[in-house]
Design a protein around this ligand. Structure first.
Ligand SMILES: Cc1cc2nc3c(=O)[nH]c(=O)nc-3n(C[C@H](O)[C@H](O)[C@H](O)COP(=O)(O)OP(=O)(O)OC[C@H]3O[C@@H](n4cnc5c(N)ncnc54)[C@H](O)[C@@H]3O)c2cc1C
Length: 400
């Protein structure tokens, strides 16, 4: 891990901010108006610039070409990148690739790292993570139907998934499938298996229309069928029956990444809200910011965002020091808390902008539509609140 001095880290953040303001914010209006795939040539040019600046894959260890940041340091970078919807993609640290990179680094064999991880790190390919099924509750990930049965030296996978984000154009999927149906613990029945998307039997049924937007490529969520999809057993990630454990490992740091990206969104929305309140005249010389309700929204938002940032950074530091397994309560707490703050801040910012807030003149309506999902994916609010409350109650001697 690189030992950044405070000054070095500060100058790294300002280098990122300068690049985003000069090179990325001007692309946003195009991003809002054109399908993702049409923008790929421009985005690739920007990705090359990020490489030249030495900022590529900032979350990765130096041996993989990254900056060797601790999670609590990457959290600050993630906030900066989150201020624009294309920030993480341009620095090659976007979900779901970031999570897949982490589990391939931790559990991939030498061959898997060479074939799947290295091209992902270079940004030559994209990937997806295929766990949720339409027929089963995603909030109970131990209950699924997709199976992987051994046949000779292969696994034959059959199943139905949806909300496999970024599947269109991905070169491989990491799929959760039942390999050990007889295991006594439901947590030991599923495995993670790498499936190249060119494999016969991997079929994207459609991109799901989410909040009025079908999306394309990286910015899409697919329904996928696995129909006698045959891959070598050497594509197993980790050991058989460890799928759930690996998924949990993936989600710990993953929630820090999401939360800090959301704080970046909050800060940008807050900035837009305050700027509009300061300059929009209700009548000559009377500005929107003079209204008490707007002042309350500004004060509540400021307090909420700052509190959220402190909570996330505190959790990131604990993970750096003690590992993700021991901070389960904190991770669940920030997941629902920050998603809720973001939803409130976006809603207030839109209200301040009036009808303009619903147009594509700003990023607000895009984020309002796309980030409503934050209270559902990676575990709905209700599940995380239960985790927190149970953990608290255990300290009072009850296991509910
Ligand atoms: C934009 C987006 C992207 C996604 N990307 C991916 C991806 O890349 N790969 C992937 O595999 N999945 C992905 N998902 C799926 C996501 O992980 C699931 O939607 C999530 O886990 C919830 O599962 P579910 O939708 O089946 O809801 P369900 O589990 O059916 O829950 C429905 C509702 O019931 C309530 N509920 C559920 N459990 C409890 C409980 N224990 N106590 C109280 N209330 C409860 C909650 O209010 C919840 O919202 C994505 C989802 C979205 C929206």
């Amino acid at each position: 891990m690189t030992d950044f001095s405070k000054e070095d880290f500060h100058s790294l953040l300002s280098k990122i901010q300068t690049f985003l303001r000069a090179e990325v914010y001007p692309l946003e209006q195009d991003f809002l108006r054109r399908p993702f795939r049409d923008l790929v040539p421009e985005l690739n040019a920007k990705r090359e610039q990020v490489k030249v600046l030495g900022l590529w894959t900032p979350h990765l260890p130096e041996e993989y070409g990254g900056l060797g940041l601790k999670l609590s340091e990457f959290a600050h970078v993630s906030e900066e990148l989150g201020r624009t919807p294309i920030g993480h993609y341009l620095f090659n640290c976007q979900a779901p690739d970031i999570g897949n990179t982490e589990i391939l680094m931790a559990h991939g064999t030498a061959e898997q790292r060479q074939v799947y991880l290295e091209p992902l790190v270079r940004g030559d390919v994209r990937s997806c993570f295929s766990m949720t099924e339409p027929e089963h509750p995603g909030s109970n990930p131990t209950w699924m139907s997709t199976s992987a049965t051994k046949d000779g030296s292969d696994y034959v996978i059959n199943g139905h998934k949806w909300f496999t984000s970024s599947a269109e154009g991905a070169s491989f999927a990491i799929v959760m499938a039942i390999t050990n149906p007889e295991a006594s613990s439901p947590y030991k029945r599923a495995s993670q298996i790498i499936v190249p998307t060119m494999t016969p039997g991997f079929r994207i049924v459609r991109n799901i229309n989410v909040m009025g937007d079908e999306g394309s490529d990286y910015a899409s969520h697919a329904e996928v069928r696995y129909e006698n999809c045959r891959v070598p057993q050497s594509n197993l990630l980790g050991r058989e029956g460890e799928g759930f454990t690996i998924a949990q490992e993936r989600l710990g740091p993953g929630r820090i990444h999401h939360c800090m990206r959301w704080i970046g969104i909050c800060e940008r929305a807050f900035d837009l809200m305050c700027d509009y309140a300061a300059h929009r005249e209700l009548s000559p010389g009377v500005f929107l910011g003079s209204r008490q309700n707007v002042q309350e929204w500004i004060a509540e938002s400021r307090a909420g965002i700052s509190a959220a940032r402190l909570l996330v950074l505190q959790t990131a530091r604990k993970i750096d020091e003690q590992g993700a397994a021991v901070v389960r309560e904190d991770i669940s707490l920030i997941k629902f808390f920050v998603a809720g703050i973001m939803q409130k801040v976006l809603d207030r910012a839109i209200q301040v902008h009036g009808a303009r807030g619903l147009t594509d003149a700003t990023l607000l309506s895009y984020w309002y539509r796309h980030e409503r999902a934050a209270r559902i994916y990676d575990g709905p609010d209700e599940v995380h609140k239960t985790v927190v409350a149970r953990s608290v109650l255990r300290k009072y001697g009850v296991d509910v």
